[in-house]
Design a protein around this ligand. Structure first.
Ligand SMILES: Cc1ncc(COP(=O)(O)O)c(C=O)c1O
Length: 437
């Protein structure tokens, strides 16, 4: 055969050498994978064997899913394009129209909006629990059609904790899962599955990736779905599957047993709704996870030092950090967070919104942005940003006042962070003296 044309060569030429064994899983930045044998295509579509298309499976994503499941003490992981995608896919795998979720009130506003404005339009109602310490409050909110309990391990924006084991026991009495958003704590500080939670979700954009460069999300499942106990509540996991030729095949629960929830999320919900992360982003998340414990150790130590210092400052009305002894959930924190109390918290500056604005404008080491879990320290004014669309009493119930600032503490030198806040607080609360000519 003669030399092929330019256009053919520019897309088809490639080296024939076998791929070397890379120590780090490479970035498989490809939409799809070649079928080596004719029968591989049918085997993939029939039994899910091998790789075909990145929305269905990709080795770079799977490497991260495996690592995260191992760190959370779960059975399997599923990587998604953002934290919101992870929460959406996890819940859409559990609930359907006419069903119900019970959630802590103390959660990320984006998740609250998802429950309040989006899942509600699909016919899924949510009851929010304010008194999250009360096992009775959770129990009382459960209805026959409730299919999940939801809470954050350390809550955004206030540092509320739940007694994971106690709330998991409530869920299990009703045969339903406890879903925990573990974004703020990370598996380094707490592994909710070890305390009885069933499903963990993450915004991997935060501590897992760690450097503020990518978005990502993840679900990790305990693998403890019990078809006998809970199958009647989740009939989609027990329904016959579709085999080749439209013939009824085994159900997901028959095929994978305790992994039925995450298999349904992976095979049915995620690929259909489609929030697949880029393999490049997956790679960066996987690389971030390799230093997770080092960063979170340092960030927690810095946060504790800063919170203790802020608590002594006359310019500061209150500090809401679960690592401080006076925090209402400190006893729970000592049980659930033995290796550190996390590094995102709020404090309230005396002088209201104006003092908060001046402090934010005066910081130099801190970055003013809406993000958290970054190696850099960040600051945000929730009342005018993340919580701006709430009524004042709703904000107050969530611990957000006019002078409240949320900080996410990075890995810088603690002394520089303290110096930066010291000068910002002095600017924030300085009484300007009008100069009379
Ligand atoms: C606790 C928590 N969960 C979920 C999310 C959503 O994550 P993402 O921004 O990756 O969609 C956030 C974002 O701030 C968060 O703080």
């Amino acid at each position: 055969m003669g030399r092929r044309g330019f256009a053919t060569r520019q897309v088809h030429e490639r080296a024939q050498a076998a791929a070397p064994t890379a120590r780090v899983t490479p970035i498989y930045l490809t939409a799809g994978f070649e079928f080596d044998e004719y029968s591989d295509a049918a085997a993939h579509f029939g039994e899910g064997a091998g790789y075909a298309y990145t929305r269905i499976g990709n080795p770079t994503l799977e490497a991260v899913e495996h690592r995260l499941a191992a760190l959370e003490g779960g059975s399997q992981g599923l990587l998604l394009a953002s934290g919101q995608a992870a929460t959406s896919v996890a819940l859409l795998s559990l609930v359907e129209s006419g069903q119900h979720i019970v959630s802590s009130t103390h959660i990320y506003e984006g998740t609250r909006g998802l429950f309040r404005d989006n899942l509600s339009r699909l016919g899924v109602e949510t009851t929010f629990i304010d008194d999250i310490d009360s096992v009775d409050a959770w129990e009382a909110a459960i209805r026959p059609e409730t299919r999940a309990l939801f809470a954050e391990s350390i809550s955004n924006a206030t540092n509320r904790l739940i007694d994971i084991a106690a709330i998991a026991a409530v869920a299990h009495r009703h045969g339903i899962p406890l879903v925990i958003d573990n974004t703020f704590a990370t598996p380094y500080l707490v592994r909710p599955i070890e305390h009885g939670a069933d499903v963990v979700v993450h915004s991997a954009s935060k501590f897992l990736a760690g450097h503020g460069s990518v978005l990502g999300g993840a679900i990790v499942d305990s693998g403890r779905f019990d078809a006998e106990r809970s199958g009647h509540l989740f009939p989609h996991l027990l329904a016959p599957g579709r085999g080749p030729g439209g013939v009824a095949g085994p159900s997901i629960a028959d095929r994978v047993g305790g992994d039925a929830r995450i298999a349904y999320a992976r095979e049915s919900v995620a690929p259909r709704f489609g929030p697949t992360p880029s393999p490049l982003n997956a790679f960066l998340i996987g690389q971030g996870i390799e230093t997770l414990s080092l960063r979170v150790d340092r960030q927690s130590a810095n946060a504790l030092a800063l919170a203790q210092w802020l608590a002594t400052r006359p310019e500061v009305a209150s500090v809401d950090y679960v690592g401080l002894e006076g925090h209402r959930d400190h006893a729970l924190a000592k049980t659930y967070l033995p290796d550190g109390f996390g590094s995102v918290f709020t404090f309230t500056v005396r002088g209201g919104a104006e003092a908060a604005r001046r402090a934010v404008e005066a910081v130099d080491v801190f970055t003013h942005m809406t993000h958290l879990g970054d190696v850099r320290s960040l600051v945000l004014h929730p009342a005018s940003t993340s919580h701006a669309f709430l009524a004042e009493d709703e904000r107050a119930a969530l611990g957000v006042e006019a002078g409240t600032l949320r900080v996410s503490i990075g890995i810088e030198d603690a002394a520089d962070l303290i110096d930066d806040l010291a000068q910002a607080l002095s600017v924030a609360t300085r009484v300007d003296v009008a100069v009379v000519a």
